[in-house]
Design a protein around this ligand. Structure first.
Ligand code: ADP
Length: 787
């Protein structure tokens, strides 16, 4: 029969017609927020209470258990001077304290009353409130003269050890350690309220055999609003026996004023049924609670639990109260040092990220390394929009959802702000309903724009609170427990109420986090700007050196061409006067003329090469067989001996390419193939692999796929794999200057540049002693393969 006690909120409250008494009225879950917790009409039965008129110390109200503790019935005490209850000495001491001490709303120990009833000696405390004096007597828990524990020494040492310096969590951990050492209670926790008022066990010291509650979160409704108000006003709330009896005040209202007693500052104040039942549901028999305030607001509680009913002597309570006040005073600086540490950690990681991005000249380093954007910030995931796509780390919405969100963000005015361009929320679906679809991973969003023009941005995501925290009241791990007053505030019920209140919300973002996101934005933008500047400078340098190269090439070729033309002219004149030459010499002069022509075209290609990166190619339909033939002539002429054979096993295709440049590619490769040979003669093969041909393509880069691959293969000395990359570098030679026919080490660099200008790739496959094959592509230019 697990029905909840319900009561519609507009029904009259059961105590509307007279003073309230917990014992008579109790409360239900629907009216617990209106329970008059300040005037409960009842006290805990382990102590006795007297309410006195201030002027003459006449007893106005008495707790109904007075006979047990003071030896007189309420009827016998009503209207009498307080001396009747505490003796003449006690009455005189009370007068002294009331007149001489600051006891308004502040209970002070007055004296110890020797045993009068059956409960032994009583520690008597007194305070004033609303024009009456409230006297509370509680069993001392020790013999009449029994030595008190020296709480003062304990507190002094504790305060020294509680010095701040290690951040909030460490500080709180110290506080619970000290309180537990002082009280010897089973479990001492710091219970911290979050901005949305739900609570978390933030620090804990406990008996070894108890299950830890550290890190568990509890819904706001676990500590109802009136209870929080009470905690703001009184420094300590002792409940030595939560299941203990309650006794009523007699009469319930002050006969002088007709008003119930304000028990806000009474140690004996009766606990609401809701609270004692809640403790019972958690298996707690005794509790002692102190508030921790921040700027006058309730920041958290020091909550102590004991598994068996116990006794909280006055001095122990005073010591705890004092520690709670010290904690309150130190809290702010502990919080500040915690924030400082978080800020330093954030900044540290962000700087590291930016340094990496600078080193790689690539913003992707922000998301694809350790640490990444989302390691620094306490978030579930992060996404970077850059180069027209998303780079994600951790848990983020899908790219399509990210696109839509970015479009929405880019229209927001706060995103365009000149001073703080940032969008931050802990409940995205409230502002942007489409976010309901991905509220689980991204109820919270912190976003900063990086560039308006390209819409680059960084976005951090925080999951729905319910997904990210450990719920102390999770219905999955606790059965529904019915308390003695029915199934009221059990952990499970309050959890259900709570889940509704935090749906589609995340834990809020801290100012530190928002500031740090904005600073990261500046760092990244600075990086982008300085990269643009550097690129600009490099470009300028490059243009300058290209111009110089052009000038050099022009001058060199121009100056060389002039004498070359002269040689050509003389050779021509020699041929004209043919009768002066015999047959052999005539052939030599003809060869000389061919050479001058080729040299002329070489000079032209030098000139072209200087412009190769910037001028357009002269594309033509070219028969590669002819080109190879021309290249061979150039190479053969250069070598002036015939010690190599070139085999072209099948005719090469025709291609659309720049004839002069492709000839230069071949002449360079053929020249190397003939030079780097261990033998007197070299065997060279020139061939190709058609696009669709099924043949091995060793070392082929991915970009070569789907293109005709041309190759020049030799049976020469070979190259070690570790040099495969280096040989393409300008002026890189693997041999002495004059070995293997000499050379300057520029040939392969030129080949690479020419191939790249055609959009192709060049690479090598070789083994030492087994020869080398140089492959290259001229993509997009294949026009016909020979039949
Ligand atoms: P150069 O031939 O003028 O030295 P290259 O740029 O053409 O300059 O070649 C660079 C280096 O690569 C050469 O010095 C040589 O060590 C090596 N190399 C090039 N082609 C071959 C080949 N076919 N066989 C072996 N080594 C070669």
């Amino acid at each position: 029969m697990n029905t909840l006690t319900t009561q519609s909120s507009d029904a009259p409250l059961p105590w509307a017609s007279g003073p309230y008494s917990i014992k008579r009225h109790g409360v239900s879950i629907t009216n617990c927020d209106s329970e008059p917790v300040q005037t409960p009409g009842c006290i805990q039965a382990h102590g006795a209470m007297l309410v006195l008129r201030l002027s003459d110390l006449t007893i106005l109200q008495v707790s109904e258990n007075s006979e047990e503790l003071l030896g007189e019935t309420p009827e016998a005490l009503a209207g009498q001077n307080v001396a009747k209850a505490v003796g003449a000495k006690g009455a005189a001491r009370l007068r002294e304290v009331i007149d001489g001490e600051p006891i308004e709303r502040n209970s002070l120990y007055a004296f110890t009353l020797p045993a009068r009833g059956t409960a032994g000696a009583l520690d008597v405390c007194v305070h004033t409130v609303d024009g009456v004096a409230v006297v509370e007597g509680e069993a001392t828990g020790r013999g009449e003269e029994g030595a008190a524990v020296d709480y003062f020494r304990g507190v002094k040492a504790a305060v020294r050890r509680m010095q701040v310096g290690h951040g909030l969590r460490e500080f709180c951990q110290r506080v619970v350690g000290e309180v537990r050492a002082l009280t010897g209670l089973d479990r001492v926790m710091i219970y911290r309220f979050h901005a949305d008022q739900h609570g978390e066990v933030f620090a804990e010291a406990k008996r070894d055999d108890l299950a830890p509650w550290l890190g568990l979160h509890y819904p706001e409704s676990d500590i109802p609003r009136p209870a929080r108000e009470v905690f703001k006003q009184s420094w300590i709330r002792p409940l030595p026996n939560a299941a203990g009896r309650l006794v009523e005040m007699v009469p319930l209202a002050n006969p002088d004023t007709g008003r119930p007693l304000n028990m806000m500052h009474c140690a004996l104040r009766g606990a609401s049924v809701m609270y004692s039942e809640y403790l019972a549901n958690m298996g707690v028999a005794a509790s002692l609670t102190m508030p921790i305030l921040r700027d006058g607001e309730l920041w958290g509680l020091i909550a102590c639990h004991h598994d068996t009913p116990t006794h909280f002597p006055y001095q122990m309570r005073a010591a705890c109260e004092f520690l709670a006040q010290v904690a309150t005073l130190q809290l702010k600086s502990a919080e500040q040092s915690e924030q400082l540490m978080y800020r330093l950690r954030l900044e540290g990681v962000h700087q590291q990220l930016v340094a990496k991005a600078a080193q790689d000249a690539d913003l992707m380093a922000l998301t694809d390394r350790q640490p990444s954007l989302f390691d620094a910030m306490d978030a579930g995931g992060a996404a970077l929009y850059h180069l027209d796509r998303w780079w994600c780390a951790g848990n983020t919405p899908e790219p399509a959802q990210l696109d839509a969100l970015a479009e929405w963000l880019n229209k927001r005015p706060d995103f365009a702000s000149a001073t703080r361009p940032v969008f931050v929320t802990d409940s995205l679906p409230r502002d942007y309903p489409a976010a309901a679809d991905f509220a689980k991973v991204a109820s919270g969003v912190l976003a900063v724009p990086l560039s308006r023009a390209r819409h680059d941005m960084i976005v951090w995501f925080r999951p729905e609170t319910i997904q990210s925290v450990n719920w102390g009241g999770n219905p999955n791990d606790k059965p529904l427990v019915a308390g003695p007053h029915g199934p009221r505030l059990t952990p499970r019920r309050s959890f259900e109420i709570f889940t509704e209140s935090v749906r589609q919300r995340s834990l809020p973002w801290l100012n530190v986090e928002v500031d740090s996101a904005l600073r990261l934005r500046l760092l990244v933008m600075e990086l982008v700007v300085s990269r643009a500047e550097r690129l600009g400078a490099l470009n300028a340098d490059l243009t300058r050196s290209n111009d110089e190269l052009d000038a050099f090439a022009y001058v060199a070729s121009h100056d060389l061409k002039e004498p070359l033309r002269g040689i050509h002219r003389y050779a021509h004149q020699l041929l004209e006067s043919a009768q002066a030459l015999d047959e052999d010499n005539r052939k030599r002069v003809e060869g000389l003329m061919r050479l001058t022509v080729r040299m002329d075209s070489l000079l032209d290609s030098l000139l072209h090469f200087s412009r190769v990166g910037r001028t357009t190619l002269e594309l033509d339909e070219v028969d590669l067989n002819e080109v190879v033939q021309e290249a061979l002539e150039m190479v053969g002429a250069r070598r002036n001996d015939g010690t190599f054979t070139v085999n072209v096993p099948r005719p090469l295709p025709s291609m659309r390419c720049d004839r002069v440049r492709v000839r230069e590619i071949f002449s360079n490769l053929l020249s190397n193939a003939s030079k780097y040979s261990a033998l007197e003669s070299a065997n060279i093969e020139v061939g190709y692999l058609a696009q669709e041909e099924n043949a091995p393509r060793p070392n082929a880069p991915a970009e070569s796929a789907g293109h005709t691959i041309l190759f020049v293969r030799d049976s020469g000395i070979g190259i070690e794999p570790r040099h495969f990359e280096q040989i393409f570098r300008m002026f890189k030679r693997l041999h002495g200057r004059d070995e293997y026919g000499g050379g300057v080490g520029a040939g392969l660099t030129i080949v690479q540049k020419l191939v790249q200008r055609h959009g192709g790739r060049v690479w090598v496959d070789s083994a030492v002693g087994a020869g080398s094959t140089f492959y290259f592509t001229l993509p997009g230019q294949e026009t016909s393969a020979p039949a």
